[in-house]
Ligand binder design. Structure first.
Ligand code: SF4
Length: 373
C-alpha cells in the first residue's frame, strides 16, 4: 500500500489521525515542530513522543526527503542539487548563500507545461506536480546542508524560480508558502517568499487573496507579438490582461512587483524594447531584474551583448525604474533551471561507455548525502 507522505499533512490532518489512534490533538504541533522547526524527518528521533507512537508513525507514513542525486558547487559559492523524487523523477534546487541572506531557489513541478522557448525546463515537457511536502522537503534539505557546512544560519529567502510554473500547481504551492511563513513552522517573513509566474492571470488574482507573499513576473518582452513567441502563455493572457491583474494585486507600499527580463541577443535587448517595457510598468511599483540569458545546447538564442544590457539598464534607471543586472548564479554548474535535470536525463539513456567518456567527472565520495562533485 502507498503510505501517505508525512510532510504533506496539515495540522488538521494530523489531529484527525491522532484522534483515530487515541492520542491527544496537541501532538500534531509537536510532530510539525520536529519536521519544520528542527528539520528532523526520522520519527524515531521525535524524543518527546511515546515510543509506541513513534513506531506507529514510522509504519503508517513516509518521512523521507527527496534523494540527492548530484550536488554541484559553483565558484560563486552557490550549490545546485539534482534531486530524485520517490517515484524516480528529477527536480532541482539551488542554494545561494550571501553575506546578508541565504536564498533557496526551489522547484514546484517536475518539468513544466508552459513551453517558454528560452528555457530548458520548457523543452523537457511536464511530468507531474510536486506535492506541498516535496516542496518543503527542499527547504529542509537546504537547512540540513547549511548545518553540515557549519553555518548557524538557515534559509532566509525563498524564490519559486526552479523547475515549473508555481501557479500551475496552485494549491500545493500556496499550502507550502503558508507553512514557510507560519510562526510555528519555518517562520520566514512573508516578504522573503517570492512566487514567480509566467503570467497565469486567474491564479495571480487568487494568490493575492490567499497568500500574502511577494510576486515576480517573468516578462521578457513588453510587446504582445514577441512575448507570445517567447512565452505561449501570452496568447491566453496578453499584456493588457496581465497588467490589469497586476494593478489590482495587493502589494504593501514598500514591496512592489519584480519583473524578470531575460536579455536575449537581437530579440528583446534594444532601446525600443526598453521603451515598451517602461510603458508597460507605468503605474506599478516595479523593479526589473535584467538577466543575461543562459545559453543551452540546441537553442539558437544567445545572451545579449554587455553594451546592449548596460544601455538597456541605463534607460530604465534614468526613468526611476530599478534595474539590477542579475547574472544567474552557478553558471559554471548548469545554474539555469532545468539544465542539470536535462543533462542527467540524457545520461540515463546513454551507453555507459559513452557516458564514462563524456562525463569526465570524479566518482563521488559516499560519506555524506551532500557529497560535492
Ligand atoms: S521559464 Fe518557467 S514557466 Fe517558462 S517553461 Fe521555464 S520553468 Fe516553465
Amino acid at each position: 500500500m502507498n503510505r501517505p507522505y508525512a510532510l504533506d499533512l496539515e495540522v488538521s490532518d494530523w489531529e484527525t489521525w491522532l484522534k483515530e489512534q487515541g492520542y491527544p490533538s496537541y501532538i500534531a504541533g509537536q510532530i510539525r515542530n520536529w519536521l519544520f522547526v528542527k528539520n528532523c524527518h526520522d520519527p524515531q528521533s521525535f524524543s518527546n513522543l511515546a515510543k509506541s507512537l513513534r513506531t506507529c508513525l514510522e509504519s503508517e507514513f513516509r518521512f523521507e526527503l527527496l534523494t540527492i542525486d548530484t550536488c554541484l558547487k559553483s565558484q560563486d559559492g552557490s550549490e545546485k542539487f539534482l534531486l530524485t523524487t520517490h517515484d524516480g523523477l528529477f527536480t532541482e534546487m539551488v542554494l545561494m548563500p550571501s553575506d546578508n541572506r541565504v536564498t533557496l531557489c526551489i522547484s514546484s513541478q517536475v518539468g513544466c507545461k508552459m513551453g517558454c522557448t528560452f528555457c530548458q525546463t520548457g523543452k523537457m515537457g511536464f511530468k507531474r506536480n510536486l506535492s506541498r511536502g516535496e516542496i518543503l522537503a527542499q527547504l529542509i534539505l537546504a537547512n540540513q546542508r547549511l548545518a553540515e557546512l557549519g553555518e548557524s544560519r538557515k534559509v532566509s529567502n525563498i524564490v519559486f524560480m526552479g523547475m515549473g510554473e508555481p501557479l500551475d500547481n496552485f494549491d500545493e504551492v500556496v499550502a507550502s508558502c503558508q507553512t514557510m511563513i507560519h510562526p510555528k513552522a519555518f517562520g520566514l517573513s512573508k516578504h522573503r517568499v517570492t512566487v514567480s509566474t509566467s503570467g497565469l492571470v486567474p491564479e495571480i488574482r487568487r494568490l493575492g487573496k490567499e497568500a500574502p507573499v511577494r510576486l515576480a513576473i517573468s516578462l521578457h518582452s513588453a510587446d504582445d507579438e514577441r512575448r507570445s513567441r517567447l512565452m505561449p502563455v501570452n496568447r491566453k493572457y496578453p499584456l493588457a490582461v496581465l497588467k490589469q491583474a497586476l494593478l489590482e494585486y495587493p502589494c504593501p507600499s514598500r514591496h512592489g512587483i519584480t519583473f524578470e527580463y531575460v536579455m536575449i541577443k537581437g530579440e528583446n535587448d534594444s532601446i525600443l524594447h526598453a521603451k515598451r517595457l517602461v510603458k508597460f510598468v507605468h503605474g506599478l511599483k516595479a523593479k526589473v531584474n535584467l538577466i543575461p540569458m543562459n545559453h543551452f545546447p540546441g537553442n539558437p538564442m544567445s545572451t545579449a551583448d554587455k553594451e546592449e544590457i548596460f544601455a538597456f539598464q541605463k534607460y530604465l534607471t534614468e526613468r526611476s525604474i530599478p534595474a539590477p543586472v542579475r547574472y544567474s548564479r552557478g553558471q559554471d554548474i548548469s545554474g539555469a533551471c532545468g539544465q542539470l535535470a536535462a543533462k542527467r536525463q540524457e545520461e540515463i539513456h546513454m551507453d555507459p561507455r559513452v557516458l564514462r567518456r563524456t562525463r569526465k567527472l570524479a566518482e563521488r565520495p559516499k560519506a555524506s548525502p551532500f557529497s560535492v562533485l
